[in-house]
Design a protein around this ligand. Sequence first.
Ligand code: MG
Ligand code: MG
Length: 276
Amino acid sequence: MLRRSIYKTPVQLRAMLQPGRITADALQAVRAIVAPGVTTAELDATAARIIESRGAESNFQLVRGYRHTTCVSVNEQVVHGIPGDRVLEPGDIVSIDAGAQYAGWNGDSAITVVVPDPDRPELVAARDELSRVTEGSMWAGIAAMARGTHIGEIGAAIEDHIVGAGHGYGILRDYVGHGIGRKMHEAPSVFNYRVPDPGPRIRPGLVLAIEPMVVAGSEETFVEEDEWTVSTVDGTAGSHWEHSVAVHDGGIWVLTAPDGGAAGLEPFGVRPVAFE
Ligand code: MG
Ligand code: MG
C-alpha cells in the first residue's frame, strides 16, 4: 500500500492558504449574526453563502451522510450538532465548526460564541470562561506546535492549560484533532491530552487541525438519536475551538485565522510568520 507522507511540499502548503482564508471568513460572518431568535439553520446558510461565493465548496458535505455546511452545537452539545430550526436563546453557548475545500485543498476551523443574556450575568460569565479557557488551550497547543519537536507536546500543552485554569473542566477523549490537506481528515491524530507516544516529528510541511473539545463537568458524552450530535451525559455545557495550522520553512502560520494567529499566540510569546 502506498502511504502518503504527512508532510506537505512548499507548493502544497501554499495551496492551503486560500481554503484557510475562506473558512475564516465564513466563521467570521457566522459569528456576526449569532443573536437570540436566529436559528442554527440560518448560521449554516450564512457559512454556505460565503463559501460558495468564493468558489469553494463545503467539505462537511463531502462527509458521508452529512448534508450541511457547518456543525452547530448548543449548550450540552459539544460537537457534531446538526443545524436546523432550533432558535438561539439568550445565554446559549454555541460552537460552530466549518470548513471549505478550494482547488482540492481543505480548511477546518471552529469557534464558540455565548449569546448575551442581561438577566443571567453569572451564567454568561461561566460560559464565557469555559469558551475563553478552551480557546486559550487551543492557542497553547498551537504555541507548542511552534516550539516543540513532536506532536505529543501539543496535547500536553492543551491539557496543562485546561488543568491550570483550575475549574475542573473535562477534555473529550474520544474526539481528536487531525492532519489536514487534500482531505479534511488525514493522519496523524492530534490528541488534546498527554499520551505516552511522542508521535510524529514537527517539521516544515506539517499541517494540523488543532481542536480541543472541553466541557464544564464530566467528559463523559453520548451520541444523540440523530446519530451525529455529541452531548454531555451530565448536561453541562461544552466548547469547541479549532484552527488549521501550517509549519513552513520560516515558522508557523495559522491558516484559518485572518491574522495568521498573531493575536492568539501573543500571550505565548510566539509570532506567526507569513509565507506565500
Ligand atoms: Mg472542524
Ligand atoms: Mg477538525
